[in-house]
Design a protein around this ligand. Structure first.
Ligand SMILES: Cc1cc2nc3c(=O)[nH]c(=O)nc-3n(C[C@H](O)[C@H](O)[C@H](O)COP(=O)(O)O)c2cc1C
Length: 349
């Protein structure tokens, strides 16, 4: 019964995200306050640009990831198979949606078992921190091994839980759970937000707990509190729809701390992705635009959207005179407006 409820909710999430306005309205990623200096003399040809990098121990042809969207539903089987195939074709990483349905009913493994469609790329499993805390660590390990994933993204979604009528509002013990999982599965746990970003203070606690990889999933893209409101969750004040640290600010907060870092939340173009890398991310992640391209035009739609993102990312690399990803990451951005103010006022503590 519980599983049917989760599946119903997941189907609604997919439909709402595909069809309705689910992004932040007032808040942006603040990437518009990050400016890259043009190099009028790049001394490169476009074909030489190498966007390859490494993530979770595997090689990527471009520094991108399709971040968690779905799983556990019949409809998610084709979606995950197709998107994993697209990720393999492009040489980028792929994140599965929450494996909670599978944790409760292992027979639902079908929509998550995508390794045969994507033999060479990093594949990340996914579970919510609260479900992980309530489960036997052996079962959590099984989520990764049974689908031959490289790692498990443990997602944090306090704001979303607060906005769900049925949400689990007990957040104690999260760090302890992450410590246990990191000890049992060294190098295989990625902590991932879902659109509210990660602050420096939180990242420092995660570092002390042994985490090495974060997906900051900042504010400015999909707003999960808005999705819940559209789903008819509890009447909530609209401030909650706009809660979170914008992606650019979250990257500036966490980049100096030495994590392997995914910059995501509102990434919609190759320029956005390039800015994430210049701010310190190792790769950039996208969810909503990939889902929408897929819903609109199927596998081919998702593929051509991501090809466009990669071509634009390479064009930006050429225009800042960066032949490869290490060179791009060395470019010094100009930070203006509210993002500069945020950084100044946060660094004065
Ligand atoms: C339909 C949909 C379902 C999602 N399901 C999950 C999930 O199961 N687990 C998770 O960690 N994140 C999930 N996310 C969050 C995304 O992975 C991402 O962190 C967030 O949407 C921000 O990125 P975006 O602005 O590119 O969408 C989902 C996103 C979408 C659009």
């Amino acid at each position: 019964m519980e599983n049917l409820m989760i599946q119903g909710r997941k189907a609604e999430h997919l439909r709402i995200c595909a069809e309705l306005e689910v992004e932040f309205k007032d808040k942006t990623t603040w990437l518009e306050h990050v400016h890259l200096a043009h190099d009028a003399l790049p001394e490169l040809s476009f074909d030489e640009i190498d966007a390859g990098t490494r993530f979770m121990g595997r090689r990527l042809r471009s520094p991108l990831m399709i971040t968690a969207i779905s799983g556990g539903l019949e409809a998610a089987e084709a979606l995950n198979r197709d998107l994993a195939g697209v990720a393999q074709e492009l040489g980028i990483a792929f994140g599965l949606g929450s494996q909670r349905p599978m944790l409760e009913d292992p027979a639902l493994i079908g929509s998550y078992a995508v390794r045969r469609f994507a033999p060479d790329i990093p594949i990340l499993g996914n579970i919510g921190l609260q479900q992980a805390a309530a489960s036997d660590p052996k079962d959590i390990e099984g989520l990764v091994s049974s689908i031959e994933a490289d790692a498990l993204a443990v997602h944090l979604n306090a704001a979303q839980e607060l906005s769900q009528a049925e949400g689990d509002k007990r957040f104690r013990g999260g760090l302890k759970t992450l410590k246990t999982l990191t000890r049992r599965m060294p190098g295989k746990i990625v902590v991932k937000e879902t659109g509210c970003g990660i602050s420096r203070e939180t990242a420092l606690r995660l570092k002390a707990a042994g985490l090495r990889t974060l997906d900051i999933a900042g504010a400015g893209g999909t707003s999960w509190t808005r999705v819940e409101r559209l789903r008819g969750g509890i009447a909530q004040s609209s401030w909650l729809d706009e809660w979170g640290i914008p992606t650019a600010a979250s990257l500036l907060e966490t980049a100096p701390l030495g994590f392997e870092l995914v910059g995501s939340g509102g990434i919609r173009s190759g320029l956005d992705a390039a800015k994430c890398l210049v701010l310190g991310a190792d790769i950039a992640g996208l969810a909503l635009p990939v889902l929408r391209a897929y819903v609109r035009d199927g596998r081919g739609g998702a593929l051509s959207f991501l090809q466009r993102v990669i071509a634009d990312l390479k064009a930006v690399m050429l225009l800042v005179g960066a032949k490869d990803i290490p060179a791009l990451k060395k470019r010094k951005p100009a930070i203006t407006g509210i993002l500069k103010e945020w950084t100044n006022s946060r660094s004065r503590k």
